[in-house]
Design a protein around this ligand. Structure first.
Ligand code: PLP
Ligand code: TYF
Length: 392
């Protein structure tokens, strides 16, 4: 049986990790996978997470199964963190293994509810989106998103393409901090997208993997909250991997907003999907998040550290934009300071990306996406000089 299997394409982002590891140069710089790193290159366990883990060891009395949907307190805390108050009567939710698990469950829910529904993706988007959709055999379409000339949003292209959305189609939107481009809709553009999708009868499907990494915890949820208020049905796949720094704990949530009288049936279907795929979702990370969000002192400390992380990335963005101005004697890369989140797509060719890796030991994804958090004060000028060299 197994001899009939064919090799699978590898995830290019994860492939880079291995290439970087195998590079013997001590001067190498890793701007690949989206993991936050401090100035010393470490991905620390956040203080509040450590404190919660210590407390959990003391108070945890059982590791018996949790509920199929996870612990209700976690789901409630996340719904409130994402949406604020006022959505509890519309929000069905399940804990999932990370944001990826939430995306997978959301797609399966869409397929179960309406096998003909197309899923619309921004071009470009996180490669796992089309990969999972293809694997599930679902119809898929793209909308223009990124303007290569300005490294901003191709808003006219986006609106023109979304005119093709049919009633009942799901439109995947990055709630904040677009991956891989770093370019994001402004408030006025969100309003126009919402009005268009309302007119089309679309179901918004929000991927929220970086709440707190862009403009702030509340600010980064603003678009999702507007969408939640504007549509009868919304799917939200949220990840705690980045904002709590608990990547390997696999902590996420899928929220399905519906009408209060449909909530129980939708909840039952979410529970069913969890049961089909893995029964109970992972609990450890979810419990840590709940403990942090239910304790005012831990919440305050977590928010303070998350804000340090966000500010650090903003400073790196500004210094990189400044250094690139100096090194290239142009404003070509000023967009780096205006982008938000972990990533910016620099607009380099594949040949230039390869030269940065081969000649300079600088690793970025092939589409020239860099992880801003992979930089520090020492490496920013090195990157800027190397870029100036390969484009010159
Ligand atoms: N969605 C996007 C756009 C991402 O970049 C990621 C990765 O960080 C995720 C979802 C899900 O991440 P995880 O499954 O690690 O929570
Ligand atoms: O885009 C990134 O780098 C992060 C991390 O299969 C990631 O979202 C990358 C690939 C993958 C899972 C997570």
């Amino acid at each position: 049986m197994l001899e009939s299997l064919n090799p699978q394409p590898q995830d290019k982002i994860l492939q880079l990790i291995a290439m970087y590891r195998d590079d013997p140069r001590t001067t190498k710089i890793d701007l690949g996978v989206g993991v936050y790193k401090d100035a010393t290159g470490l991905t620390p366990v956040m203080r509040a997470v450590k404190a919660a883990e210590k407390k959990l060891w003391e108070v945890e009395t059982t590791k018996t199964y949790t509920g199929l949907a996870g612990e209700p307190a976690f789901n409630a805390a996340l719904v409130s963190m994402i949406l604020g108050d006022g959505f509890a009567d519309r929000a069905a939710s399940v804990a999932t293994p990370g944001g990826t698990g939430a995306i997978r469950q959301a797609l399966e829910l869409i397929r179960m509810a309406n096998p003909a529904a197309k899923v619309w993706l921004s071009n470009p988007t996180w490669p796992n989106h089309p990969s999972i959709i293809k694997y599930l055999g679902m119809p898929m379409a793209e909308y223009r998103y990124f303007d290569i000339a300005t490294s901003g949003i191709d808003f006219a292209g986006l609106m023109a393409d979304l005119e093709g959305v049919a009633a009942g189609d799901a439109v995947l939107l990055h709630g904040c901090c677009h991956n891989p481009t770093g370019a994001n809709l402004d408030a006025g553009q969100w309003d126009q997208v919402i009005a268009l999708l309302q007119r089309k009868g679309a179901v918004p499907f929000v991927d929220l993997a970086y709440q707190g990494f862009g403009d702030g915890l509340e600010e980064d949820a603003a678009a999702t909250r507007k969408i939640a208020a504007a549509f009868p049905e919304v799917l939200i796949a949220a990840s705690c991997s980045k904002n709590f720094g608990i990547y390997r704990e696999r902590t996420g949530v899928l929220v399905a907003l519906t009408s209060p009288d449909r909530k129980a049936v939708v909840q039952g279907n979410l529970n069913f999907l969890n049961r089909q795929n893995y029964s109970f979702p992972p609990d450890h990370g979810a419990r840590l998040v709940t403990m942090i969000l239910e304790d005012a002192t831990l919440t305050a400390d977590w928010k303070a550290e998350l804000e340090e992380v966000r500010q650090n990335m903003l400073t790196l963005r500004q210094t990189l934009a400044d250094e690139l101005r100096r090194a290239t004697n142009s404003d070509r890369f000023d967009f780096v300071a205006h982008h938000r989140g972990m990533f910016s797509r620099l607009g380099l060719t594949e040949t230039q990306v390869n030269r940065l890796r081969e000649d300079h030991g600088i690793y970025m994804v092939g589409d020239s996406r860099i992880n801003i958090a992979g930089l520090n004060a020492r490496t920013v000028p090195i990157l800027a000089a190397a870029i100036a060299g390969v484009i010159g």
